[in-house]
Design a binder for this molecule. Structure first.
Ligand code: ZN
Length: 431
């Protein structure tokens, strides 16, 4: 009988975790208040994005500089976030007997009553390494922009997280049973292949981290048995920042989460908060760009590290009117292409983690070319992704009622024009 209380306790934990794993929609007011990244995504001077736009091959000074950029940002701007490094080494087909170091950053924020093994975490992921060849490759969409977006998301929800958790405590919540969800960001190293994409020449950092998290056992009475199982959803951003992205829903089991994000997109568009929308709505611009992008992606297919599945028929693509990013919100069946694209989610997915993969298909036409640099980004699209991912995260973390107090945008709250210049009009809806 001695074990009965702990079994009951475990059942209660599970019950409350399920009850707490809600998802609360943001009000129109909160959506309108979502900050854009503004000047901080300027490709030359922006304090979030520009320091990432340098070659950052694993084990090189550029890689260390970008790691330090992340660490400095969180230490100085968001000190409540915990920073951990996870190290591994591996030989690669391009480096012979030399062990290449890979450094993943895990940056997390948990409720103040957090206890290891009792909290789940929404997990937001991007890789920060860049391709070693061609030399000097900057990888703006691949994946400097996704990293910068995650920094922006963190600062945009930070104040609201504090306010929510303080209120929960002030209201006399029972920390044993109430919502334990935190949030963590993985900046992963070694996603790119050194030679040709294979199971062993790719996702070096992700493979090491997934294995380590799986082997980290929590105490027997914990709600979760290891760090891997605390991942409530693995949201992987990749290849974001080019114009007119189309992102399918890859996994049936996370289609509901995809639909939630699509709903945020739809509402942001309906409030005219999507800055790329006016241009993308031009049928001429959209169709010519789409055509070019499809052609490039398919011509690369044979040698690509990631397979770009041929799933978009021209007919379907031509039906796209307002160039929606998340194109499959209404999908009810048909093909689920999860697993066809190799990326950082694979080692986690293979261990049973639920994945939401946000990657355009076909890939942007600059993919793995020298043109994947700051100048080829579409900054209104980058801004739109920033707001969309922030809105989704705020809804997942149930921050409605707290987001309006967030004051994390760049000082003037303005976003940039496509050429990186400042707009002449104020966006009065921004804080
Ligand atoms: Zn790549």
């Amino acid at each position: 009988m001695a074990h009965t209380p702990s079994i009951l306790q475990a059942l209660f934990h599970l019950l409350f975790i399920y009850l707490a794993a809600g998802y609360s929609t943001l009000s129109e007011e909160s959506l309108r208040a979502l900050p854009g990244p503004g000047d901080d995504f300027n490709i030359k001077t922006g304090k979030l994005l520009s320091p990432i736009l340098q070659p950052r091959v694993p084990g090189t000074p550029g890689s260390i500089a970008v790691q330090n950029h992340f660490i400095d940002f969180f230490k100085t701007t968001l000190p409540a976030w915990k920073i951990e490094l996870q190290n591994s080494t591996s030989k690669t087909p391009a480096t012979g007997d030399r062990d290449v170091p890979f450094v993943n950053l895990i940056i997390s924020r948990d409720p103040p009553w957090y206890a290891p093994g009792f909290s789940s975490r929404l997990t937001l992921v991007a890789h920060y390494d860049s391709l070693s060849v061609p030399e000097g490759f900057l990888g703006a969409v691949d994946s400097a922009v996704p990293c910068a977006i995650l920094m922006h998301v963190a600062r945009s929800i930070d104040v609201a997280l504090t306010a929510k958790w303080e209120k929960m405590q002030a209201d006399g919540m029972d920390s044993e049973f109430e919502d334990h969800q935190g949030v963590q960001i993985f900046f992963l190293d070694g996603e790119e292949a050194f030679k040709t994409w294979t199971d062993t020449d790719s996702v070096y950092g992700a493979r090491s981290l997934a294995a380590e998290m799986e082997s980290s056992a929590f105490a027997a009475q914990s709600t979760f048995h290891n760090a891997l199982s605390t991942i409530s959803l693995f949201v992987l951003l990749d290849l974001l920042g080019a114009k007119n992205p189309t992102v399918p829903s890859f996994f049936m089991t996370t289609h509901w989460a995809y639909q939630k994000m699509a709903s945020v997109e739809k509402r942001l568009r309906s409030f005219s908060l999507f800055e790329s929308s006016a241009k993308a709505a031009s049928p001429k611009a959209a169709s010519s760009s789409k055509k070019a992008s499809s052609k490039k992606a398919s011509s690369k297919k044979a040698s690509s590290k990631k397979v770009s599945p041929k799933r978009k028929t021209p007919k379907k693509a031509s039906k796209r009117n307002d160039a929606v990013f998340l194109t499959e919100a209404d999908k009810t069946g048909g093909r689920w292409l999860g697993g066809m694209i190799g990326d950082d989610h694979v080692p986690f997915m293979e261990r049973g983690v639920e994945v939401l993969h946000i990657i355009p298909t076909p890939f942007p036409h600059v993919w793995h070319k020298m043109e994947d640099d700051g100048a080829h980004l579409d900054l209104p699209t980058v801004t739109d992704w920033s707001r969309l991912i922030t809105g989704f995260t705020a809804e997942w973390m149930e921050l409605e009622g707290f987001m309006n107090t967030t004051q994390t945008s760049s000082k003037n709250g303005r976003d940039l024009n496509a050429d990186g210049s400042r707009p002449t009009k104020d966006k009065s809806e921004l804080p």
